[in-house]
Structure formats: structure tokens, C-alpha cells
Design a protein around this ligand. Structure first.
Ligand code: UD1
Length: 429
């Protein structure tokens, strides 16, 4: 298994290209199941999760062709995928695949909408808590699917097609909203989704679906209205930039100090995260190229943050912020309200000398003068990258083990950071 070695203490200077968003790419690839024509996605990041979803879709009969490089493209330009679900050969998604990536459960919506049937394994637990699918099932039922649960599989049927309906989510769910929007796009009649997730990735997928012929309005707000259509068509769409990747590197710069432009980052998608960084003492300037992040010699100020659905502070940046606050001058408090058990990074950060106390959903972080390098282990995607951030400011060498989690969500992380002066390298093996 690969490891990443980091020697702390260097400033970051230069520019970091921000890739297309993983959390938009996955549902966009899944949306290709809604049409028998080709969906072309540009700016797709090279990530392990994208490759895995390619395999999962292949199981249903979807062909994915990776476009060749064009003249002038750099190694950081995203890939172009040509995805064709002309013939769906299997409507079952087996446990071996769904259990490896929860978001693949979302294929249930386009499969039942297009073919009238889907048999998808329940995803099971994962490292950040139970993550149930009850609300996704509720949404499909409200749109006319009959649901049975048998032998660990959710079986959804709609022999005569789905029909428009009203879906009111008792809790904001990104996956539930994607599921409802995709299903309603091919349902007969009009659907209304209340308390919908407002994440930019929801809007990006809805924009793409509209290019494919769907009639969706209100995506990006908490009320989405979908007028169902009989069929959808091929389209070409460019994946929105990854606000979580941008936020992560912004925190890395705040931690290490320096001056970095995050190319293609969209500040309006990351306001809550950037506001917290400004409070902590970083300077943030939107530029034509993206976002410029600087921090000079002055110390970091502590912050109090509670994670919340968009436009609140994202749970996907919670671990990274905690790493940053380990070096603040004073006591910070971070409360996690989206996922239970999303604090696995705490024990590992402690190995580097961080002082963090957990009480229920709240972590209290007492800033320390210095962190010291140590071997640490990555336990999930965001936790792993928080260890990298801490290591950038730790004295001596930190070895981050089990980095396959990082490869699920960060494209060429070590290249992007070393190009800005970090002493970071991957050790294969
Ligand atoms: C998506 C993101 C993930 C992010 C999360 C919250 C992708 C691929 N993943 O995950 O990176 O951390 O949004 O912003 O986009 N819930 C239920 N029942 C359900 C579904 C969800 O109780 O049927 C709960 C979850 O346990 C959690 C909350 O709702 O407490 C939010 O989860 P959700 O927004 O659905 O997360 P994902 O879509 O899985």
C-alpha cells in the first residue's frame, strides 16, 4: 500500500489547479443511465472513485470511453468521458460493488425510472457512521415505486413508470435529493421536492439534466419542481469545480503559510469555509483565475464552527479545519451535526501532538505551540487529508499510511503540494 512522507515547515507558494468536483461527477455519471444516447462529461477528475463507478456502471451495460488528450492540455486538465447506456443489460447492483462506494446506491433512481425495475444492495455501514438510505427509499415511494427489501437488497418496481408526486424530506440529504430529481425527471406529471439539499453539486447535476431535456427548476434552492418528460437525450456538460478540494488547499496554505492561487476555484461555492479562514487569520482574495490565499507570519486565531448543509460550513471540511486549529493561539470548538462518528482523525492528530477533547458532537481543540511528525494512519478520505495538513506544519517527518483513501477524492495531491514547495512524496509499495 502506498504511503506519503511529509517533512513539515515549508511555506507554500505558487498555484494549484482545482479539479472537477468528485461529488458532482459521481451523480452525473449515474445520470447517464437515464438516456440511451451518449452523455459527454468534461473536467472529470482522475480519482479512484470515478474508476470504480465506471466499473459499477459497466456491470449495468454502460460503455465509458475516455477521450484522448487535446493539444495544449496539461496533466492537470480533467478527462472527458463519453458515457453510453444504450443497452441496459442488468438492473441489479451487487453487494460487492455497492459496499465499496455508497453513492453507487443512487443508480436505483435512473434504473427504476428508465426500465421499471432495480435491485440494489443496501450499502451497509461505513467508517463515518450508519448512513442509512431510508429517505432515498421514501422519495422513490412518493414517486410511485413499489419497494421491497429482501436478502439485503432494495427492490424498486414501477411497471407502468413512475408518476409525479410531492417529496418532503424531514432532513436535508444530498443523496436523497439526487435520487428524487433523477427519478422525477422521467416520471409522468409534475413533482415537487421540499427541503431539498442546496449543494452546488445538486444544481450542477440539474443543469446537466436540463441539457438532456429534463424540465427542472429551483435546483440550488430548497424547493425543486420537476415536470416529468417521456425521454431524455445525449448532452455535453463540464463538471463544476471542486469546492471541497479548494477549501482543503486553502486550509493547507493557512496552515503552512505562503501565497497560493487556487486556479478555477469558485469562491461563491465556498463562502462559509472562506469566512472561517478569514476569521482564523488568512487573507482571501477572489481573482480572475480563482482564489488567492495568503498567510504571513502572524499566528492563527481560534474559531467556533458548526457543520451544516450548504450554504453552511461543510462536514467535508471539518477534519481539515480541525487540523488547522491544532496550531491556533487559543481554544477552538467544532461541532459536527451531519454525520455521527466523523471524528476518527482526532486520535491520529493526537499522535502529532494535538490536544483535542471530544464530548458528544463537539470537539474542543486547544492550540499547541508545535506539532511533531509521527507515523499516522488515514481512516477515511477527509480524515486522511487532515493528517497531511497537520504534517505540513509539524516538525520533522510524518508518514501517512494507507493513502488509498486520499486517492478516492484528491487527484495528485502530492504533486499539487510539492509544486508549491512542500516536501511531500509518495512511496509506492
Ligand atoms: C453527500 C456527499 C458527502 C457529504 C454529504 C453531506 C457525495 C458523493 N457525497 O453524501 O461527501 O459529506 O453529502 O454533505 O455527494 N440520511 C438519512 N437517511 C437517508 C439518507 C441520509 O438519515 O436515507 C442522513 C445521513 O445519515 C446524514 C445526513 O442525512 O446524517 C446527510 O446525508 P446525505 O446528505 O444523504 O449524505 P450523502 O448524500 O451520502
Amino acid at each position: 500500500m502506498d504511503r506519503i512522507r511529509i517533512s513539515g515547515g515549508r511555506k507554500l507558494n505558487g498555484s494549484i489547479p482545482i479539479s472537477g468536483a468528485k461529488n458532482a461527477t459521481l451523480p452525473l455519471m449515474i445520470a447517464s443511465l437515464l438516456t440511451d444516447q451518449t452523455l459527454v462529461l468534461e473536467n472529470v477528475p482522475r480519482l479512484a472513485d470515478v474508476a470504480l463507478l465506471q466499473r459499477i456502471l459497466g456491470n449495468h451495460g454502460v460503455d465509458v470511453m475516455v477521450g484522448g488528450k487535446r493539444a495544449g492540455e496539461t496533466q492537470y486538465d480533467g478527462q472527458t468521458l463519453h458515457i453510453s447506456a444504450a443497452h441496459i443489460i442488468d438492473t441489479t447492483a451487487p453487494y460487492e460493488l455497492v459496499s465499496r462506494m455508497r453513492a453507487s446506491f443512487w443508480v436505483i433512481a435512473p434504473l427504476v425510472a428508465r426500465t421499471g425495475e432495480a435491485r440494489i444492495s443496501m450499502p451497509g455501514g461505513c467508517a463515518i457512521g450508519t448512513r442509512p438510505v431510508d429517505l432515498l427509499i421514501m422519495a422513490l415511494e412518493r414517486l410511485g415505486a413499489e419497494i421491497e427489501i429482501e436478502g439485503g437488497y432494495v427492490i424498486a418496481r414501477a411497471r407502468n413508470g413512475l408518476r409525479g408526486g410531492k417529496v418532503v424530506f424531514p432532513k436535508v440529504t444530498v443523496g436523497g435529493t439526487h435520487t428524487a430529481v433523477m427519478a422525477a425527471s422521467l416520471a409522468k406529471g409534475t413533482s415537487v421536492i421540499e427541503n431539498a439539499a442546496r449543494e452546488p453539486e445538486i444544481k450542477d447535476v440539474a443543469d446537466c439534466l436540463n441539457k438532456m431535456g429534463a424540465k427542472i427548476s429551483g435546483a440550488g434552492t430548497s424547493r425543486i419542481v420537476i415536470e416529468g418528460v417521456a425521454r431524455l437525450f445525449g448532452a455535453r456538460h463540464r463538471v463544476v469545480s471542486d469546492r471541497i478540494e479548494a477549501g482543503t488547499y486553502a486550509m493547507a496554505v493557512a496552515m503552512a503559510g505562503g501565497d497560493v492561487v487556487l486556479e478555477n476555484a469558485q469562491p461563491e461555492l465556498l463562502k462559509a469555509g472562506l469566512d472561517v479562514l478569514v476569521q482564523a487569520g488568512a487573507e482571501i482574495t477572489p481573482t480572475n483565475a480563482g482564489i488567492r490565499v495568503t498567510r504571513n507570519g502572524s499566528g492563527l486565531a481560534p474559531v467556533e464552527v458548526t457543520t451544516a448543509p450548504f450554504p453552511g460550513f461543510p462536514t467535508d471540511l471539518q477534519a481539515q479545519l480541525m487540523a488547522l486549529m491544532t496550531r491556533a493561539r487559543g481554544t477552538s470548538r467544532i461541532t459536527e451535526t451531519i454525520f455521527e462518528n466523523r471524528f476518527m482523525h482526532v486520535q491520529e492528530l493526537a499522535r502529532l501532538g494535538a490536544r483535542i477533547q471530544l464530548e458528544g458532537e463537539t470537539a474542543t481543540i486547544e492550540g499547541v505551540e508545535r506539532l511533531k511528525g509521527a507515523p499516522v494512519m488515514a481512516t477515511d478520505l477527509r480524515a486522511s487529508v487532515s493528517l497531511v495538513i497537520a504534517a505540513l506544519a509539524a516538525e520533522g517527518e510524518t508518514m501517512v499510511n494507507r493513502v488509498y483513501h486520499l486517492d478516492r477524492g484528491f487527484e495528485r495531491l502530492e504533486d499539487k503540494l510539492s509544486a508549491c514547495g512542500a516536501a511531500i512524496e509518495r512511496i509506492n509499495g
